[in-house]
Ligand binder design. Structure first.
Ligand code: WTA
Length: 645
């Protein structure tokens, strides 16, 4: 065995990019790569070029010899009366093969085709992901809480002809009718000029249909009936080039059109396997629980691909963390013997608020706990460490993004000191830097905030925005590119879109988004998406979405809208704006308040000053407003919201 510190030194900058061989060697390759990093066409990096592998084989087949009877997934349904399901690697193998056969034989899905899922937290979701991976088809899961319209939009963007959904699922004690959203998705895609031909519907309770939405003849099919024809089928995993896309994950940006982040097979899988091993500290004998949704990148990387690539047991929970009471999470941990727990600050804040003493009532022992998605406040961190972790677990804060595949900033558990509120230094093989607006390096310990960037490419970085390569270059690389003609990766730092401060010890504190994205409860929402949704209400002339501080969710959205001439404000209009956001994006985006204002603060060129509105909303100092075209509106708005709040 190599001494652990010596091993980690192999990731110091002088060994880049060869250090990432350590991650790639965690996988089983059909043929080895000849070039570890091809950076000849910046910023379209290629990792492990010449290598071939199959992601499903790596997450399932290769574990059969030693772990076929061990649980790959443990699924906890929300209703406590329903039995928890353990799915062994052998069973997972069989289910994935049969569903891959349905996709290929019945739907005609071929290597490279996109398949959209709109699935909740059920084991059918990882089965469907792995079935696509087996075929070399590209999956695109849309978070179950998103609306049908948002799903249809994304399916049209990806030109998926197959949509996989479920009749219903449990959330907060309710059986949610989910299939209805598929009908909306098909209709929205049609409006965008794209046809979804087949809708595959899993049934939450086998044999009974839990949705009010009628099955459409020739379009909608029950998956259990299709599976009956594929019993016992085995589909050979397709050997894919390392650079073949594995999946798309849509996220919000500065325009209303969402970005389909395209992740690779070899680089991505190597990166999530490596970071799961060293940062989540996962060993095959662990029972690991990432309490997040697979509909987000966290779930893709750290519920499905990373843990299964390492052959561990990954727990999935269907429902709301505090249902039916705030002890639920800790009860699950006790019953299943969870050893590693991963979740978002939003969940921690909620569990702390609703049941501050609940962890003490349950006999679980975590060796390790991690958080992701938002900055964690030091007092929340302390509760996580002292009460939830019982002072026994190492706490690791992980900073990264949908675009990155895996962690960027974090600490090695038990090896690097924990520091509440800071994510830590760059992770192995990642060299972050803070630049000011002019591209000068902001020194560690200067106390000055700036834009956090990554100086080097890494295997988990996304390959492009699906169908929008110019937007990819422009959004992430243009800002700090030193020379657009340069073929040297040193000239192409990655711009993350987050503000940060680096302390003298090298640890980074992430301050939040510097672009038009609002992070609500760890979910990224684009201000443009929210504004476009508001503008679907006929009376609305202009709309601005701003973040406000929220005790539980970290940030919440407030909408400011102005009406077309001659119209009067009303409660009804406010309600319809909120409903439009539900319909176009989903309930997670529902604004905390909708304010109907007479006008927006604007620059002389007519640009809405969201920054000024956000300051008013948060009762902050608006700064100098003398350059506004209409400075008097500031007091108007302030008066309006103060009289109401
Ligand atoms: C924020 C989630 C502080 C950040 C994996 C980033 C964080 C955005 C942290 C990405 C953290 C994520 N501390 N802020 N540990 N992790 N963020 O794409 O603003 O859903 O840009 O990926 O969340 O959100 P996304």
């Amino acid at each position: 065995m190599r001494p652990i510190r010596l091993f980690f030194e192999r990731f110091s900058e002088q060994y880049f990019p060869d250090c990432f061989k350590e991650y790639a060697e965690l996988l089983t390759w059909d043929s080895y790569w000849h070039t570890i990093l091809d950076s000849s066409n910046p910023p379209f990096w290629k990792w492990f070029v010449g290598g071939r592998l199959n992601a499903c084989y790596n997450c399932v087949d290769r574990h059969l010899a030693t772990r076929h009877n061990e649980a790959a997934l443990i699924w906890v349904p929300e209703p406590e009366g329903e039995t928890t399901q353990a799915i062994t690697y052998q069973e997972l193998y069989q289910q994935v093969n049969e569903f891959a056969a349905v996709l290929r034989e019945f739907c005609g899905v071929e290597t490279g085709d996109r398949v959209t899922f709109h699935l909740p937290m059920v084991p059918q979701l990882p089965v469907a992901m792995l079935a696509c991976a087996r075929l070399g088809a590209i999956h695109s899961e849309v978070f179950g809480g998103f609306s049908g319209a948002a799903c249809g939009d994304r399916a049209a963007d990806a030109t998926s002809h197959v949509l996989v959904t479920m009749d219903g699922y449990y959330r907060n004690g309710q059986l949610v009718d989910h299939k209805a959203k598929a009908d909306e998705a098909v209709a929205t895609a049609h409006e965008r000029g794209h046809e979804i031909d087949k809708v595959l519907v899993w049934r939450r309770h086998p044999g009974s249909y839990g949705s009010q939405s009628p099955m459409v003849e020739g379009r909608d099919f029950f998956v259990d009936e299709l599976l009956a024809e594929q019993r016992g089928k085995v589909v050979d995993p397709v050997s894919m080039p390392a650079e073949a896309p594995l999946f798309l994950m849509y996220t919000s940006g500065t325009t209303a059109r969402p970005k389909g982040c395209q992740h690779s097979t070899g680089g991505y899988l190597a990166y999530v396997a490596g970071t799961s091993k060293y940062y989540q500290d996962i060993h095959p004998d662990d029972t690991y629980w990432c309490c997040a949704d697979i509909g987000w990148i966290t779930g893709h990387s750290y519920i499905v691909y990373g843990p299964l690539a390492l052959g561990t047991t990954s727990v999935m929970y269907e429902g709301a963390p505090a249902y039916p009471d705030p002890g639920r999470v800790w009860r699950i941990a006790e019953r299943l013997g969870v050893s590693i727990f991963h979740t978002a600050p939003t969940t921690i804040r909620m569990l702390r608020k609703l049941g501050p003493d609940e962890p003490g009532k349950y006999h679980y022992r975590f060796k390790h706990m991690t958080t992701v998605g938002e900055p964690i406040e030091p007092e929340v961190w302390r509760w996580y460490y002292e009460t939830a972790g019982k002072r026994e677990a190492a706490i690791v804060d992980t900073w990264w993004q949908t675009e990155n595949g895996g962690f960027l900033g974090s600490t090695l558990p038990a090896l690097q000191p924990m520091k509440p509120g800071s994510c830590g230094p760059g992770v192995l093989g990642i060299y972050p830097v803070i630049y000011d607006e002019d591209g000068n390096t902001v020194e560690a310990g200067s106390g000055q905030a700036g834009n956090i960037c990554i100086r080097n490419p890494w295997p988990g970085i996304f390959q492009t925005i699906w169908g929008q390569p110019e937007r990819f270059v422009e959004t992430y690389y243009q800002k700090y590119c030193r020379d657009p003609e340069s073929k040297d990766w040193h000239d192409w730092p990655y711009f993350a879109g987050d503000g940060a401060v680096q302390a003298a010890d090298g640890y980074f504190r992430i301050l939040g988004r510097v672009d038009d994205v609002i992070n609500v409860a760890g979910h990224r929402l684009g201000t443009k998406e929210l504004e476009s949704a508001s503008l679907t209400v006929e009376e609305i002339a202009e709309a601005a979405a701003v973040p406000v501080v929220d005790e539980l969710r970290g940030r919440a959205v407030e909408m400011y809208v102005s009406l077309k001439p001659g119209l009067k404000p009303s409660k009804d209009i406010e309600d319809r704006v909120a409903q439009a956001i539900d319909r176009e994006i989903g309930k997670i985006a529902r604004p905390k308040n909708v304010w109907v204002v007479t006008d927006m603060p604007k620059t002389r060129s007519g640009k809405i000053m969201r920054r000024v509105i956000a300051s008013i909303s948060n009762f902050g100092d608006v700064g100098d407003v003398s350059t506004l075209a209409n400075p008097e509106i500031v007091d108007d708005i302030r008066h309006h919201i103060q009289s109401d709040k």
